[in-house]
Design a protein around this ligand. Structure first.
Ligand code: PLP
Length: 442
């Protein structure tokens, strides 16, 4: 019996022993096509030589130096790389490096608080986020998250966050309602929520530019984030973009929010930044936020032992350098278009596929019991976990999720393959998914 506290007590997971390119191998020698990079993590595939070399070289020269006393070349260079590519307003901003998406979200919550305290607006203590969203599993990040099932047993421990509607056209844009009217309706809801809380008590609005694990790759309706930015500006509220899953090229751009034509005040990055080689995340603070702290305490109030870890930063710097030098952002767009076409051909007429959506190599199918009425499967069917199991049996790693429709009911499967995936592998992915889905639906 395993001594590891696994996610499920029901079965021991296979032991992963090796990874190469888009494939993973278990101890029994079985090959798995990693079609979701775990959970949108392994953007360069497995065992990329440039990243391995960077890690070895860094660990040989400097493995650790505490950030209370030192900085490191790899942290400095990584921060410059990211800020240079960030949306307008970040050029003279700053980046902090942490260990996980949740930790970086906590850092964003805390920096927001520090910003308002130093501005003399200490009454701003409230956060607004969206239903069916996920921002992490630590208590602050979970409080922001709007995923009912993931929050359920922790509710009594969570800070009070107000959740508004997601921007989710497939389910909530009404028949005959234009995109313009839909986003206006959502902006009005955000504004009335702010007004009911008292705008002077609200610190930030938090959203994933393209929603990942909880909705299944839902891109915003055109103009949504511009409207959100206007509402935030009107009431002096910060906008935090959670790009933990959708950023770092996953949707075809370094920063997904940049495609929406606006700049947030804080951006959080994680998964694709370390590409699975190291645990690392980043919180980027815009010039506006940095300027306030510069004119005030001149110190970050929040810290962790392993922040700015030189080894993690060196690996992430190698990851982003590979993405840059191998022009993988363009490849994400190209392979993403091909995968979307393959999925459309295979699943467009499938009676249990209600929607095929996403951006770049961040695509999902929403699974429904009845297409015409978009009726979700009942929770008891547990379709998402059946599909996960069947996919593994078919040698496929994909990322099914549930709660898609209303936080409890609804299922989708998320695909986020490595940016290096080639054409035959895209076909293999589609074949395996089709067979796994048929088996799960039996
Ligand atoms: N934010 C988003 C959008 C995520 O998808 C996740 C994880 O899936 C997190 C935050 C939390 O990241 P981590 O699991 O690294 O703590």
């Amino acid at each position: 019996m395993s001594a590891v506290l696994h996610r499920s007590f029901a079965r021991a997971p296979p032991v992963a022993v090796a990874g190469s390119g888009v494939y993973l191998y278990d101890a029994a020698g079985k090959e798995y096509l990693d079609a979701s990079g775990g959970a949108a993590v392994s953007c360069l595939g497995h065992s990329h030589p440039a990243v391995i070399d960077a890690i070895c070289s860094q660990v040989r020269t400097l493995s650790f130096a505490h950030t209370t006393f030192f900085t490191s070349d790899s942290a400095e260079r990584l921060a410059e790389f990211l800020l240079r590519r960030a949306p307008p307003g970040f050029g003279r901003g700053r980046a902090a490096f942490l260990g996980s998406g949740s930790e970086a979200m906590e850092a964003a919550i805390k920096l927001t608080r520090q910003y308002f305290v130093e501005r003399g607006e200490a009454a701003r203590v409230r956060f607004i986020a969206r239903r069916q969203s996920y921002h992490g599993n630590t208590l602050g990040a979970l409080a922001l998250s709007g995923h009912a099932a993931r929050r359920a047993i922790y509710e009594p421990l969570l800070m009070d966050v107000q959740h508004v509607s997601p921007c989710f056209p497939y389910r909530f844009q009404e028949e005959g309602e234009s995109a313009e009217v839909y986003v206006q309706r959502l902006a009005d809801e955000l504004e009335s929520t702010l007004l009911s809380l008292g705008p002077e008590t609200v610190a930030a609005f938090v959203a994933e530019p393209v929603v990942g694990a909880t909705l299944g790759c839902v891109a915003p309706a055109p103009g949504y984030f511009q409207q959100v930015r206007e509402v935030c500006d009107k009431y002096g509220v910060l906008l935090i973009a959670d790009e933990v899953m959708c950023g770092m090229g996953r949707c075809g751009a370094w920063f997904t929010i940049g495609d929406e034509g606006i700049s947030p005040d804080l951006v959080v990055l994680a998964k694709g930044l370390g590409a699975g080689y190291v645990p690392i995340s980043a919180m980027l603070a815009s010039e506006r936020v940095v300027a306030t702290i510069s004119a005030g305490s001149r110190a970050l109030n929040n810290g962790h032992t392993y922040m700015g870890h030189p080894l993690a930063c060196a690996a992430a710097l190698a990851v982003v350098t590979v993405i840059d030098q191998e022009q993988l952002l363009a490849r994400v767009k190209q392979q993403g278009t091909k995968l979307a076409q393959l999925l459309a051909v295979r699943f467009r007429e499938h009676p249990q596929v209600g929607d095929i959506r996403g951006r770049g190599l961040f695509l999902a199918l929403e699974l429904v019991a009845d297409r015409a009425h978009k009726t979700p499967f009942e929770r008891e069917k547990d379709l998402a976990s059946k599909l996960r199991t069947q996919a593994l049996m078919h040698g496929l790693v994909c990322y099914p999720g549930s709660g898609t429709a209303d936080g409890v009911r609804g299922d989708h499967v998320l695909l986020a393959p490595p940016y290096i995936i080639d054409d035959p592998q895209l076909e293999q992915l589609t074949d395996k998914l089709s067979r796994a889905l048929s088996a799960a639906l039996v």
